[in-house]
Design a protein around this ligand. Structure first.
Ligand code: FAD
Length: 624
């Protein structure tokens, strides 16, 4: 280990840390990853799955920019599903069940292949600050390591406190020590800190379950990949793993209720707010008292392990209650518990203290990424790590910052939401958070972001060449379908079969395809289409053409709206701007604008409490 003068030090090897370290080092910075335990790099603390609604879109965006999480997910998935296919393409969200152990192993190997990345196993105990300038970190073994920039990605470890029933003990997650001192130092430096909580379900021995009592949940027949440049995907060569579904019942609920007086959730031991959309089972039966059952998804943790994740049964009730209740779930009569469920409270830093590069406003060259910013989820963490890693590198090399707009990426929405609105409960991404979701689809993430990733030196030229070829093919297929017509006698039988009105005259194939009942597969018996498809367009290319034809009107409208937003985003506000002088702003607006210090009028507009008239005042002051 060099132990000195790195460009960037990344603290923590979780989902944010690995992306940050890979991005900064792949772009050419010398990087040191300091993490408490090199054995737990990219450990999935909770469910063994990547992607899902809106999270799948983020994963594809990370890949399109040149990040690693999509590639690693492809290499280690055991089941793939495209969620929401009954809805429009803006909602399609890829999700993979992952092999937990392989996922961590592949990430470690991926990082070890980067020559400008060094590793050190130790706990960072404080930041090194001399003459008010950040110059590196100090570790608990007493090493002082210098760097130009530091990225903190401590996850749930800062003053982490684990709860199981009345038991409470310090931990960053089960089996790992908590980290003390960093929060206290940052507060001393002027940062605000808060406390959040999250929880996880028990893991059980799959050999003790009776799957015949559950409903099988299979993967998609035609699984896809997360990466736009898929490597060899071992999983495509074997049968996908099955998941299963079962339910809780009234007996389970009654047993769980017996433990409520010893529940840290209900007896006041846990004071912090948890993720609203991942409630514990005790929370569910308490809040939805009229429901006599709740879904439980039984998910294998990997190809070669018997350990199973009990999705939907997150709990911090006493262990005896957990064991007694779980055995009453259909199929779980003989269940043996590997690890109990638990809740954890940890410190976070309200993200309004960050710039849009994820650098802190208070200390130059200090970046925060991941759960430390009040988010929840691997994908949210990974995408922040990627952006922090990119920007730490760019700043070290005195290059322009890299920022994604809300109209460009879910990652742009995520960071803008965090730095503008902050969050008082664990923040997770949803499609509803994005105004322009028809533009931000999972299928076009490469078109949106690979050119940007390539320009900053992260996405490879190989990706760009692949993208250019794909765009050419899409254009060729699209133009052909736009100008080629079919006669009623060629198409009407197909239209009738698909319960859509017949045509009476020669009609362009694109017009036929714009009908919701019709897709390319349904008309591939037409001579004109058949001949063309022989040209071997990929499934992705065909899908893109269909989307372009079917949703063109919506896409154009959203592009117009996005252009309006861009105009406001292009009006910068100087960081030193003093809002207190603007008496025509409301008092609330002056207070909030001075606190958050938005970087553009667009960002100012999104701060809660800023009215359209406040925005007009700002526009006048900025000379518009
Ligand atoms: P982490 O993955 O926590 O990684 C932090 C890393 O930093 C670790 O490797 C740690 O060893 C290292 N580290 C910390 N401090 C130091 C230091 N001072 N020096 C050196 N190394 C350090 N997400 C969901 O989406 N849904 C859920 O239901 C859910 N439940 C969860 C339940 C539990 C019990 C836990 C612990 C997490 C849960 N999560 C859940 C959150 C998910 O695990 C995180 O969002 C994600 O892992 C955050 O990534 P991260 O990189 O920010 O932090």
């Amino acid at each position: 280990m060099l132990l000195n003068n790195y460009d960037v030090i990344v603290v923590g090897g979780g989902h944010a840390g690995v992306e940050a370290a890979a991005a900064a080092s792949n772009m050419g910075s010398s990087v040191l990853l300091v993490t408490m335990n090199l054995q737990t790099i990219a450990q999935m603390s909770c469910n063994p799955a990547m992607g899902g609604i809106a999270k799948g879109q983020i994963l594809r965006e990370i890949d399109a920019l040149g990040g690693g999480s999509g590639i690693i997910t492809d290499k280690t998935m055991i089941q793939f599903k495209m969620l929401n296919t009954s809805k429009g393409p803006a909602m399609w969200s890829p999700r993979a069940q992952s092999d937990r152990m392989r996922f961590a192993e592949e990430w470690r190997l991926h990082l070890e292949r980067i020559s400008t990345l060094d590793f050190f196993q130790d706990t960072v105990s404080s930041l090194l600050i001399k003459n008010n300038e950040l110059c590196g970190v100090k570790t608990s073994m007493g090493f002082e390591i210098n760097s130009k920039a530091v990225i903190l990605t401590n996850g749930t470890f800062l003053n982490g406190l684990i709860h199981i029933g009345e038991k409470q003990f310090g931990g960053g997650r089960m089996g790992d020590s908590p980290v003390h001192g960093i929060t206290e130092q940052l507060i001393g430096l002027g940062f605000d800190a808060g406390r959040m909580k999250t929880g996880t379900p028990p893991r059980v021995d799959g050999r003790s379950l009776d799957y015949s009592k559950m409903t099988v949940q299979r993967g998609d027949e035609k699984p896809k990949t997360f990466s736009f440049i898929p490597d060899e995907i071992p999983f495509l060569k074997r049968k996908q793993a099955n998941c299963y579904m079962t339910y809780t019942n009234q007996t389970v609920h009654d047993i769980l209720k017996e433990g409520f007086d010893r529940s840290p959730m209900f007896n006041g031991s846990i004071k912090s707010i948890g993720p609203r959309y991942c409630p514990s089972i005790e929370d569910k039966i308490n809040r939805f008292a009229d429901k006599d059952r709740h879904q439980i998804f039984v998910e294998p943790e990997g190809w070669d392990t018997v350990e199973v994740y009990v999705n939907g049964f997150s709990t911090s009730l006493p262990q005896d209650i957990q064991i007694k209740a779980i055995k009453e779930i259909e199929g779980f009569k003989n269940a043996k518990i590997f690890r109990p469920g638990y809740a954890i409270e940890y410190d976070y830093f309200p993200p309004t203290q960050l710039k849009n590069t994820l650098e802190t406003k208070l200390i130059d060259n200090l970046y925060f990424a991941g759960q430390i910013n009040g988010t929840t989820g691997y994908e949210e963490a990974a995408s922040q790590g990627l952006i922090a890693g990119i920007n730490a590198h760019l700043k070290c090399k005195e290059k322009d910052a890299f920022v994604l707009g809300r109209e460009e990426a879910y990652i742009g929405v995520l960071i803008d939401d965090l730095i503008t609105k902050g969050t008082e409960e664990p923040y997770r991404m949803f499609t509803s958070r994005a105004e322009y979701r028809i533009l931000l689809r999972q299928d076009n993430a490469d078109e949106r972001l690979t050119p940007l990733g390539n320009k900053i030196g992260l996405a490879s030229d190989e990706r760009m060449i692949k993208l250019e070829k794909k765009k050419e093919n899409i254009l060729e297929l699209y133009s052909y379908l736009e100008k080629t017509s079919v006669l009623p006698n060629e198409i009407n039988a197909i239209l009738e079969e698909n319960e859509t009105p017949k045509v009476t005259q020669s009609t362009k194939i694109a017009t036929i395809l714009s009908r919701p009942q019709i897709n390319l597969d349904k008309i591939n018996t037409l001579a004109a289409v058949n001949k063309l498809l022989e040209n071997n367009y990929s499934e992705e290319e065909k899908e893109q053409v269909e989307i372009k034809i079917k949703y063109q009107g919506y896409i154009e409208k959203e592009k117009d709206n996005a252009d309006k937003l861009i105009r406001l985003e292009n009006i910068n506000i100087p960081n030193s701007f003093d809002y207190s002088k603007l008496n025509s702003l409301s008092f609330e607006a002056r207070e909030k604008l001075n606190k958050i210090k938005p970087q553009t009028i667009g960002q100012a507009k999104r701060i809660s409490g800023i009215s359209p008239s406040d925005v007009s005042v700002l526009l006048i002051y900025m000379g518009r």
